[in-house]
Design a protein around this ligand. Structure first.
Ligand SMILES: Nc1ncnc2c1ncn2[C@@H]1O[C@H](COP(=O)(O)OP(=O)(O)OP(=O)(O)O)[C@@H](O)[C@H]1O
Ligand SMILES: [Mg+2]
Length: 376
C-alpha cells in the first residue's frame, strides 16, 4: 500500500497544501509546532476516518473556518483510489471513495492500512487497560472490518444497558419499572452475541501478535528475552458452540452486581492484554527499556500481521519516535521495514539513523507549508 499524494484544505495549520510523496521513504523535518504531526494525522484520518488525538473531529478544521478537507490518492491491491474526507464544524464527516459517498466506516477501513508509532505508544505496557483495548480494537478493525461492526453493536448495547443501570434503585436492587428488567435482559443477550465474537477475534489476534512479537523481541535481544502476550478476559470464555450461552448466563448471574455498581462489570470492555518476559509480568516488573522494546516489537508485529492477512505491506507512520529509541533499536527498526512505505517526522534532521537512510525524499515543514528539499 502506498500514499501517493495528499491535498489539505483548512486542515489544522494547513491552509492549502498539495504534495506528492516518495513511494519508499519520506523524511519530514521541522521545528516544533510547524505541522509535522498534523500531516501524520491527515494520513491517519484517511485510514480510519478519525484522528488519533482529536476528541472531536471539528478540532481538525483550521481555526476560524467552517470546513476542512483531506483528499488522498492511494494505491492498494495495485489499484489507485482517492479517499476524500470533508469535516464540518459540527464534527460530522463526509467520506468519499473515488467520488462516491461512503456511509459506513467499515467500507473505508482496509483501503489503506497504516501503522502509527508515536512516543505515546512506548507507554502502552504501563498505561491503563483502555489504552491496550484501544490498540487491539484499532488493529483488528483495520484488518477485519467485520470486527469494527460487531464492536460498534456491542458498544451501543453497553451504552444503553449502562444508562438503565444508572437509573436503578440501588438499595432495593430492583428497577422502579418492571420493563427495565426486560430491557436489561435484551441488552445482555446482545452483549453476549457480540461479546462472544469480540473475544474470539481478540484471542486469535493476540495469538498472532504474541508469535510475531516474540520472534522480533528474540531478534532484538539476541535470544535473551522471551516475550509472551496473553489475552486476559473478565469472563469465562469457551470458543465453542456453547460459548455464547455460557457468556449470556454469566451476564445474567452477574446482574445484581451490575445493578449494585451501576454499570456492566463483565465483558470484553473490561478485558486486557498481559505481557510476560521470561515468564515475568512485564507491566509490574519490566524495566523501562524492556517495556519500550516490547512496544517496538508490537509495532513491528503489526506490520508482519498486516502483510500476512492482507498480502500487502501497510504504511508506517513514525511520528517523532526515533529520537526516543537508542541507535541499535533505531537501526533494527529501519532494517525490519525495508519494503514498507515510510513517513518519519523528526525535529532533528541530523539524527544518525536518518543520515544512514538511503532511497527517500526529505521534506521541510514550516508554519503549515511543506517543501521538498532533496532526494537521498
Ligand atoms: N485547528 C487548528 N487550526 C490552526 N492551527 C492549528 C490547529 N490545530 C493545531 N494547530 C497548530 O498546529 C501546530 C502544531 O502542529 P503539530 O502538532 O503538527 O506540530 P509538530 O510539528 O508535530 O511539533 P512537535 O515537534 O512539537 O511535535 C500548533 O502551532 C497549533 O497551534
Ligand atoms: Mg509532533
Amino acid at each position: 500500500m502506498k500514499i501517493n499524494s495528499i491535498v489539505l484544505e483548512n486542515f489544522r495549520n494547513y491552509r492549502s497544501l498539495e504534495l506528492s510523496f516518495d513511494e519508499k521513504r519520506n523524511i519530514i523535518v521541522g521545528e516544533n509546532a510547524q505541522g509535522k504531526t498534523n500531516l501524520v494525522e491527515a494520513i491517519y484520518l484517511t485510514a480510519f476516518a478519525r484522528s488519533f488525538r482529536a476528541v472531536n473531529s471539528a478540532e481538525l478544521i483550521m481555526f476560524g473556518e467552517d470546513t476542512g478537507r483531506v483528499s488522498t490518492d492511494i494505491t492498494s491491491d495495485d489499484i489507485e483510489k482517492n479517499i476524500s474526507i470533508t469535516i464540518r464544524s459540527d464534527g460530522k464527516k463526509m467520506i468519499k471513495k473515488d467520488g462516491k459517498i461512503i456511509r459506513k466506516t467499515t467500507e473505508l477501513l482496509n483501503n489503506v492500512v497504516v501503522v502509527l508509532f508515536s512516543p505515546d505508544d512506548l507507554r502502552i505496557i504501563k498505561d491503563s487497560p483502555d489504552r491496550r483495548r484501544a490498540f487491539i480494537n484499532r488493529e483488528i478493525s483495520q484488518m477485519r472490518p467485520a470486527y469494527y461492526e460487531v464492536l460498534r453493536r456491542y458498544n451501543d448495547a453497553l451504552r444503553q444497558k449502562n444508562a438503565l443501570l444508572k437509573g436503578f434503585n440501588k438499595n432495593r436492587f430492583v428497577s422502579d419499572n418492571g420493563s427495565d428488567d426486560e430491557m436489561i435482559d435484551i441488552f445482555d443477550s446482545q452483549l453476549a452475541d457480540c461479546g462472544y465474537e469480540i473475544i474470539k477475534y481478540r484471542r486469535e489476534f493476540t495469538e498472532m501478535l504474541s508469535d510475531e512479537a516474540s520472534d522480533i523481541m528474540n531478534n532484538i535481544s539476541a535470544g535473551r528475552e522471551k516475550l509472551r502476550i496473553e489475552y486476559k478476559t473478565s469472563c469465562d470464555f469457551i470458543s465453542s458452540a456453547e460459548g455464547r450461552e455460557i457468556l449470556y448466563s454469566q451476564f445474567r448471574h452477574n446482574r445484581d452486581r451490575d445493578i449494585h455498581n451501576g454499570y456492566s462489570t463483565l465483558g470484553p470492555h473490561r478485558d486486557d492484554l498481559e505481557f510476560y518476559i521470561n515468564d515475568i509480568d512485564a507491566k509490574k516488573y519490566g524495566s523501562q527499556g524492556q517495556q519500550r522494546t516490547i512496544a517496538l516489537s508490537l509495532k513491528l508485529a503489526e506490520i508482519r500481521i498486516a502483510r500476512k492477512l492482507l498480502d500487502e505491506s501497510p504504511v508506517l507512520l513514525l511520528d517523532d519516535v526515533l529520537s526516543e529509541l537508542d541507535l541499535d533499536r533505531q537501526r533494527f527498526l529501519v532494517n525490519e521495514i525495508e519494503d514498507v512505505q515510510l513517513f518519519i517526522t523528526s525535529a532533528e534532521p541530523n539524527a544518525e539513523v536518518i543520515k544512514e537512510l538511503r532511497g527517500g525524499t526529505l521534506f521541510r515543514v514550516e508554519e503549515g507549508n511543506i517543501t521538498r528539499v532533496s532526494k537521498y
